[in-house]
Structure formats: structure tokens, C-alpha cells
Design a binder for this molecule. Structure first.
Ligand code: FAD
Length: 459
């Protein structure tokens, strides 16, 4: 019976260290399904130091909307630190701010660990959710709903489910199983840059070493560093540099590290501390970043991919998690529309969500150029001023790209087409103004209107 959710056995793969799976488990539990969440790693709540990707993340409107549905938005944002502007550090140590939004809207720097712990505890609070840690999916017969896991003791466990949600990240085993024998388009792209995290400790009196309500950026054209604030008054700096440069610097040893920083990020050396900088750089490997696109996301009414498993993206727009969380909202809305009928709902999810996520993957690649290079340019700053002015003048029909991505839930694919239209509109206005000004000057209208005291807005 399609309408009796309590008989539907759903499996969610992935939900330990990170989170789209844990959130999806909550969404399914709210629909009344019997949910089993399988995670390859240990329960993060029982592990002292969690290994993995970035320590903090930027949470914005899409992610917040998804958390709101399970009652976690306030708790998570209250524990986060609002960032209202980019704070640009130039090579000479000069600083300037670029606000994200004219009305002061903020993105939130949240702790990955806290977010994941809260999501797992939330999922566990539903009587119809069971969590299985150290269960790594190795094989699946998706049509039969048979999932095979290995556990920490090396045993093999098999479970059968009516439907499986694959949220097991960029290197997804579920995606591999889904692609077996199915016509799935798939592409992945590694960028030539890697990333490394560098900790900026609090000052001696325990305060923040830089202003906290900013996303700090050191744009250096070919590469960059960013830093996000943490609750404990530290910052997590992330250096994004081509692997070839990482290798060169590391080959030259500790002197090479200090030389590289003195040349490119001199003001960051006292913030990180010379010793810590040398130690981290010499003992850590830079990590890769990959962009993944695929279509469709589903197999019949049996399986569907979500989060990074469906659409990994480079981290430069701070949207990977936000987009993954939004998947849960979009799928939920589609399931409502189809009255929980997976046979019709899953194809619609693939059709709606894949072009949007692919658009976001492209925007994330674009934003890397904006962050490391364009923010340095005068033309970019002028464009931003025009953007902000038009947004102020026409708030209902004009919105800067960053605001559409970060502070709205406009579909990502529509964001790109609106952005292109807006760029054309700005170009048209600028060209018209260039032609109109000499003509107005030639008619003497400008002088006449000056005489009559109507200096502004007469043309
Ligand atoms: P993952 O986070 O990869 O989680 C997958 C889970 O599945 C893991 O717990 C893993 O152990 C488990 N798993 C894997 N294989 C198996 C298996 N075979 N069986 C069982 N379990 C399995 N996003 C933002 O929105 N804002 C940011 O500011 C931001 N900053 C970032 C900075 C960096 C440096 C990076 C690399 C990413 C950043 N992201 C950011 C992106 C964000 O981290 C990801 O988009 C998000 O973690 C995706 O979540 P996920 O649950 O889909 O996948």
C-alpha cells in the first residue's frame, strides 16, 4: 500500500562524519518510513578527533531552510558566527570590506562536527530511525533492494530495503552500483589546485586574532587563502594553491614555507605563528577537489543519489552542503506532490535537480576565479557597485548573482539564466549612457537644467 508509509523500509547510506544522509533520515522519518541509516565510519559523537574535511562551513539560506523543516535552524545558527562581508587582505597588508548584501544578511560559519552531531542526535530521536555505524556499503543489487555491508569486525552483513538513498559522498559506492548496467551520464573533473587547513589561534588574552564577522580572503590571482571564524575564537584558514606549487614549496623545506608566505601572505605569518605554519606545511598533504556531475540520479523506484554523491562541487561558493541539504527539501516537496509514489517521484527529482546541481557546479568553478582574482580588479568593484545600485533601485527584478545563490532559493539553473540577462541589461545601460551623454551635452540641456537648479536626474 503506497499510502501506508510505516511499511516502507528505507535505507540511507552515509551520515557519519558529514550530513546530507543524516538530514535525509530525519525527513524520511517525518514521513513515517522505517529508516536505517548506514555509515562507514564510527559515530562522530564517540570519537575524540574527527578526521576529514574542513572544520567549519558557511551555512546559508538553502541549508537553513532545510534545517528549519526538522527544527534545527535556530540551534545551528545560534552556535554559528555570522559573516556579513568579505574582508580582503592585499599583499601589502592593506584591508577592505566587500559586504555580501545591502541589508546586512549574513552567512554563518558553523562547526562541521557540531552540525553533524546535532543531526545524528535528531535522527536518533525518531523511534522509526535506526543508526548503523561502521557499516560500509560494498555491493548492492538495487532492483532487489539487497545491500551488502562490511562491518568493523570484517563481517559481511546483508539487508533488504524497499528504497535506498545514496548520500555517501563524492566517491560514492552507491553511485558506482547505480551505474552498473544503467545508462547514467557521468563526468568528474579534478581542479589543479589542492587545499590545506591552517589554524589561527586566539590572541594571548583569548580574543579573536582578526575581526570575526567576516570571511577573510587573501586573493593572489593564481591562488588564495581564506579564513572562517570558530566559536572558540580561533580561525580556520584554508590555503588553495596548485599542487605543483605546494610540491615546490614543500621540496624547499621549512625555509621555502616561510619564503612563500613572506612573499604572498606576510600578514598571515604572525597570525598562524611561524612554528605552527612550518609544522603544518611540512607534515600535511594538500587535499584534492573534485567536481562531479551525473544524470539521472535514480534507478526505477528503488534507489536515488543525493548530496555530493549526486553532485560534488569545488568549495568556492560555499554551496556543497547547502545544495545537498536543499536536495532533501526538493525531494520532500516532490514526494508530497506524488503522494509518496517513488515510481513517479524519483524521475521528477532527477529531472528537476540534476540541471540545478550541474549549474551550481559551474558557478562554484566560476567563483574560484572571482575570489582569487576578480575581487582584486577595479572593473569588478565597479561592476559590484552597479549591481548593488540596480538591486537597490529595482529590488523586485534585479538581484546580484551572489545574493541569488546565497540568500535565495531561486533554482540554480534559473540563477544562471537571470545572471546572464542581467549582465546584458547592465551592458545595454552602460552603452546607452555612453551614447546619450555627449548628445545631452550637445543640446545644452545639461547646462539649462543646471541653471534652473534641477541638477540631477533630468535625463
Ligand atoms: P560527505 O560529506 O562526503 O559524506 C558522506 C558520508 O558517507 C561520510 O560520512 C562517509 O563516511 C560515508 N560513506 C562513504 N562511503 C560509504 C560507504 N561505502 N558506506 C557507508 N558510508 C559511506 N559546503 C558548504 O555548503 N559550505 C562550505 O563552506 C563548504 N566548505 C567546504 C570546504 C572544503 C575544503 C570542502 C572540501 C568542502 C566544503 N563544502 C562546503 C562542501 C561540503 O563539505 C560537502 O558538500 C558536504 O560535506 C556533502 O555532504 P554529503 O553528506 O553529501 O557527503
Amino acid at each position: 500500500d503506497k499510502n501506508d508509509q510505516s511499511t516502507v523500509k528505507a535505507a540511507v547510506i552515509g551520515g557519519g562524519l558529514i550530513m546530507v544522509g543524516a538530514l535525509q533520515a530525519c525527513y524520511l522519518a517525518k514521513r513515517g518510513f522505517q529508516v536505517d541509516l548506514y555509515e562507514g565510519r564510527q559515530d562522530i559523537r564517540t570519537v575524540e578527533e574527527a578526521k576529514g574535511r574542513s572544520i567549519n562551513l558557511a551555512l546559508s539560506v538553502r541549508g537553513r531552510a532545510a534545517l528549519h523543516h526538522v527544527g534545527l535552524e535556530e540551534e545551528i545558527t545560534a552556535a554559528g558566527i555570522p559573516m556579513r562581508a568579505r574582508r580582503i587582505h592585499n599583499r601589502a597588508g592593506g584591508l577592505h570590506n566587500q559586504p555580501y548584501d545591502k541589508d546586512g544578511q549574513a552567512i554563518f560559519s558553523v562547526s562541521r562536527r557540531n552540525l553533524n552531531e546535532k543531526l545524528l542526535t535528531k535522527a536518533e530521536s525518531f523511534p522509526n530511525v535506526k543508526l548503523h555505524f561502521q557499516h560500509r556499503l560494498v555491493r548492492a543489487d538495487l532492483d532487489k533492494g539487497e545491500l551488502q555491508f562490511t562491518t568493523s569486525s570484517g563481517d559481511t552483513v546483508t539487508a533488504t530495503h524497499d528504497i535506498t538513498f545514496g548520500a555517501d559522498g563524492a566517491y560514492s559506492a552507491m553511485r558506482r552500483e547505480l551505474m552498473r548496467g544503467n545508462r547514467i551520464n557521468f563526468s568528474q573533473e579534478y581542479i589543479p589546485h589542492g587545499y590545506m587547513e591552517l589554524k589561527i589561534p586566539p590572541t594571548e588574552d583569548g580574543g579573536f586574532a582578526m575581526l570575526p564577522n567576516f570571511l577573510h580572503i587573501w586573493p593572489r590571482d593564481e591562488f588564495m587563502m581564506i579564513a572562517l571564524p570558530n566559536q572558540d575564537h580561533t580561525f580556520t584558514g584554508t590555503l588553495f594553491v596548485p599542487f605543483a606549487i605546494f610540491e615546490k614549496v614543500q621540496e624547499r623545506g621549512e625555509d621555502g614555507v616561510i619564503e612563500f608566505f613572506t612573499k604572498n601572505f606576510p600578514d598571515a605569518i604572525p597570525l598562524i605563528g611561524e612554528e605552527s605554519l612550518k609544522n603544518t606545511f611540512m607534515s600535511t598533504k594538500a587535499l584534492p577537489m573534485v567536481s562531479v556531475k551525473c544524470y539521472p540520479y535514480h534507478r526505477k523506484d528503488k534507489a536515488v543519489l543525493m548530496g555530493d554523491a549526486a553532485h560534488a562541487m569545488v568549495p568556492f561558493y560555499g554551496q556543497g552542503m547547502n545544495c545537498g541539504f536543499e536536495d532533501c527539501v526538493v525531494l520532500d516537496e516532490i514526494l508530497n506532490k506524488h503522494n509518496n509514489n517513488f515510481k513517479t517521484a524519483l524521475p521528477e527529482f532527477s529531472q528537476v535537480r540534476s540541471p540545478d546541481a550541474q549549474a551550481m557546479c559551474d558557478l562554484a568553478l566560476y567563483n574560484y576565479v572571482e575570489m582569487r582574482h576578480l575581487v582584486n580588479s577595479k572593473l569588478f568593484m565597479l561592476n559590484k557597485k552597479i549591481d548593488d545600485f540596480l538591486y537597490w533601485l529595482l529590488p523586485k527584478s534585479y538581484m546580484p548573482l551572489y545574493n541569488m545563490v546565497t540568500f535565495s532559493r531561486i533554482r540554480y539553473s534559473i540563477v544562471i539564466s537571470k545572471w546572464k540577462q542581467q549582465k546584458k541589461f547592465v551592458r545595454f545601460c552602460l552603452i546607452s549612457a555612453l551614447f546619450a551623454l555627449p548628445m545631452i551635452a550637445g543640446t545644452g540641456y545639461w547646462q539649462r537644467s543646471n541653471l534652473s537648479g534641477h541638477r540631477r536626474f533630468n535625463f
